[in-house]
Every structure is written in structure tokens, then in C-alpha cells.
Design a protein around this ligand. Structure first.
Ligand code: AMP
Ligand code: MG
Length: 409
């Protein structure tokens, strides 16, 4: 049995997936495969940050000052050549006419004369202008050569905003893993419209894994439920290998008589890289690799064991394949004392709440790995390390968001 850290070191050795070109409008969820450098200036031209009037600051040394309106520029107009005299009406985003050095926002102006309502011909500046105010300069946000996005950045909405503003239509990204999911167990029923006969349960792990993968920007494929039938497993699995970067299964990896997965994998030529990790729940977890490079994660069957498996092994494996840095936890102060009676790293269903002293976390009642009710109440995982046994309220523990990491620390 390996420790969690040893298991993660093994997983992290997974080779990154190939780089491909992705169009920016389809790039959400991908990870940048190389630094993205801006080749244009953003903003691209000198423009007004406010609706108001362009003036020359030294023509209005102290307010109030009366000026004639000598021209007008809207957003989208070509840059005008101005005389530098009087006031030039300008809208937010309009190119600054040449000859002017300052913008006075509308709030500091009174209209004295209008040739039609809202179109002033003479104005009063009510405040002494500050040279250069409310002008946006070319490259003030991104300059040519600036790193817009570093390699290893997850592309989400704000990254797409910046990429588009800088004129990118394509980007190099790591391919997303093709993940296949299967369930084992003679007792498992996929179809919830069927009435269970004694001894059967519905397949809750399959849909859980599928939806967790989607939340981690992976489009998974469900291969079905394979019973506890090694023959079927060994016939069907090879067909999925070429279309799968990762195969995840639940059940059948423990030490029971029908836990056939490890032996079947061996017979199929897979190398078992670990089987059994010093964690709870989900200790029997197995990681193997097929000769074609497909990764295999065999998660324990109990629902909470399977969720620890995907959250703390599946997600790090996906991050390694897609070039994302390992995630870092938050820390929180325990609200309740906790006593741990085993020597394993414990992933506890927990509820984190903000307080005036920072984040606090409660380890919930009902930690058994078959119990989903406490999982519904939880919003995070609290980590009790291998060597921690008695924790007092107020002690600090690490916490991770429940399904997917959205934080980049
Ligand atoms: P196993 O890891 O196969 O020994 O299964 C451990 C426990 O998890 C057993 O009680 C199984 O019935 C249950 N289990 C296995 N697979 C699933 C599944 N797909 N959905 C819900 N429970 C499951
Ligand atoms: Mg089973």
C-alpha cells in the first residue's frame, strides 16, 4: 500500500496529451499549451474613457470656463483632426481627435446653448481639468509582447474575453482527455424505471462520475455496466482502449471473491502501478496503464469512495494530462473536534462556512462511505492527514471544493 503522496507522484508522471489548435470560440475548458503573447495593442488607439468633451487642459486653467463646441466624435467614428480649440464632444470609446489632450466628463459640464435638445453648442466646465484625464492610451491594457495567458492556464470566459480583445481566433491547447466510464457489479441496475428486485441497487456511481467529469471540462462516454463478469470485461474493454485516454470503473477492486478487476487487467497486459492507497474512504483504489498508454483508474464501489477516487485521483490525473498545475487547498479552522482511529489520510464530508475569523469547517455526521445524505449537506472535503488522530476545534485543516477546482492559487 502506498501513501496518498506516493500515489499522486505516480499519477503526475502521466504524459501530457498532444497539443492541438482550437478556435477561441470553442476553447472554453481547454488549457493553454504555450504562452499567448499579444501582437497588437489593446486599446488599439487613443480614445475617451467617458462621455464628455475633449479639450486642451491649459486653455482652462481654472474653472469655471466657457467654451464653444467645435466638433463631435462617436464610438466607431474615424479619428478626427481637431484644431485644439474649444471643446470637442466625444463619446466613450470614440477616438480622441488630434490636437486635444484631456477629456472632461459630462458630470462636470453644464450645457449653456443647444441647437437641438441634447446637442450643445456652448458649455461650461465646472471643474478645473486635470491634464490627460479620462484618456485611454494605446497598449495601456495589453502592449505588443505582453503575455496575455501563461502556458497551463485554464481558458474560461475571462480568458476568451482577453484573447478576443487581442484579436486571436485560434489558440494552441492540450487535447482534452477522452474518458470512458464503466460500472461493475451484478447488483447494479442502470435503468431507474425498473423496479429493483431484492439484492439490486441503482447505479448511482455511473451518473456521478459522468457529471463530475463534465464539471471538469471533460466529455465522457459511458461504456455500461459489466456485471462481475471477467469474460465480458476482457472482451469489451479492449474495444474501448483506442478511444480512451482514461478508463474509470467503479467496484470490483477490493479483496472480495468477485473483485475481478485487478486480475483481469493483468491478464489484458496492463501494468498495475498502485493498488491500495493509505486513504479513507476508497482504500482499494487501483491505477494501471495499458501497453497503448490508456490509463485505468479502478475506484472502489461505495458512492463516497468513488467520489473521493475521482476527486483526488481522477482530477489530478486529468490535470497532469492537460498540463494544469496541481491544485492547492484552502485552509479552514475546525468547528468541531475530530477523533480519527485509523492511520490513513481521511477525506471527510464537510461543510465550510465563512466567519469573521476566516473560513470555518464542520466535519459532518454520517461519514460512512455508503451515506449520501451527509454528502448532500456537505460543500467541501476536509482533509485529516495520515499522522493526525485527535483534532481540537480551532485546529487548521485543508479543505478542497467538492467537485471541481475553480480556484487558481
Ligand atoms: P465493491 O467495490 O464492488 O465491493 O462495492 C462496494 C459497495 O459499493 C457495494 O455495496 C456495492 O453494491 C456498491 N456499489 C458498487 N458499484 C456501485 C454503483 N455503480 N452505484 C452504487 N453503488 C455501487
Ligand atoms: Mg462489486
Amino acid at each position: 500500500m502506498v501513501s496518498y503522496e506516493q500515489a499522486i507522484d505516480i499519477l503526475k508522471k502521466a504524459k501530457r496529451l498532444p497539443v492541438k489548435t482550437v478556435s477561441v470560440d470553442q476553447a472554453s475548458g481547454y488549457v493553454c499549451a504555450k504562452d499567448v503573447i499579444s501582437s497588437i495593442q489593446v486599446p488599439p488607439f487613443k480614445n475617451s474613457a467617458m462621455d464628455g468633451f475633449a479639450i486642451v487642459a491649459n486653455q482652462a486653467p481654472s474653472a469655471p470656463v466657457i467654451m464653444d463646441v467645435v466638433g463631435r466624435t462617436a464610438a466607431g467614428d474615424l479619428p478626427a483632426s481637431g484644431s485644439g480649440r474649444g471643446a470637442w464632444e466625444i463619446m466613450t470609446g470614440g477616438p480622441l481627435p488630434s490636437g486635444y489632450d484631456t477629456v472632461i466628463r459630462l458630470e462636470h459640464i453644464t450645457y449653456l446653448n443647444e441647437n437641438s435638445p441634447g446637442t450643445p453648442t456652448r458649455i461650461r466646465l465646472n471643474q478645473t481639468p486635470k491634464l490627460g484625464s479620462d484618456i485611454r492610451h494605446p497598449g495601456e491594457d495589453f502592449d505588443i509582447g505582453d503575455v496575455l495567458l501563461e502556458e497551463g492556464t485554464r481558458i474560461l470566459s475571462k480568458e476568451i474575453m482577453a484573447l478576443t480583445a487581442a484579436g486571436f481566433s485560434k489558440i494552441d491547447a492540450f487535447s482534452r482527455p477522452r474518458v470512458s466510464v464503466l460500472s461493475t457489479g451484478n447488483e447494479i441496475i442502470n435503468d431507474t424505471s425498473k423496479t429493483l428486485r431484492p439484492g439490486q441497487i441503482y447505479n448511482s456511481n455511473g451518473p456521478y462520475l459522468i457529471n463530475t467529469l463534465k464539471a471538469n471540462f471533460v466529455e465522457p462516454r459511458f461504456l455500461g455496466t459489466f456485471d462481475d463478469d471477467p469474460d465480458r470485461f476482457e472482451t469489451e474493454l479492449p474495444k474501448a482502449l483506442d478511444e480512451s485516454d482514461i478508463i474509470m470503473s467503479t467496484g470490483g477492486v477490493s479483496v472480495g471473491r468477485f473483485d475481478f478487476v485487478p486480475e483481469s487487467l493483468r491478464r489484458m497486459g496492463a501494468e498495475i502501478l498502485f493498488h491500495g492507497v493509505s486513504i479513507r474512504p476508497g482504500k482499494p483504489i487501483l491505477y494501471a496503464r495499458f501497453p497503448n498508454g490508456t490509463h485505468y483508474l479502478g475506484l472502489s464501489g461505495n458512492p463516497i469512495s468513488a467520489s473521493v477516487g475521482i476527486r483526488f485521483f481522477g482530477v489530478p490525473l486529468i490535470r497532469a494530462l492537460t498540463g494544469l498545475k496541481p491544485e492547492k487547498p484552502l485552509t479552514a479552522k475546525l468547528k468541531n473536534p475530530h477523533f480519527k482511529s485509523h492511520p490513513h489520510r481521511f477525506f471527510a464530508k464537510a461543510l465550510a462556512v465563512p466567519s469573521k475569523n476566516g473560513l470555518e469547517v464542520e466535519i459532518l455526521k454520517g461519514q460512512q462511505s455508503f451515506k449520501m445524505k451527509s454528502f448532500l449537506e456537505a460543500n467541501c472535503w476536509a482533509i485529516i492527514e495520515q499522522n493526525q488522530f485527535e483534532l481540537d476545534s480551532g485546529d487548521t485543516v485543508s479543505v478542497y471544493p467538492q467537485t471541481a477546482d475553480q480556484w487558481q492559487f
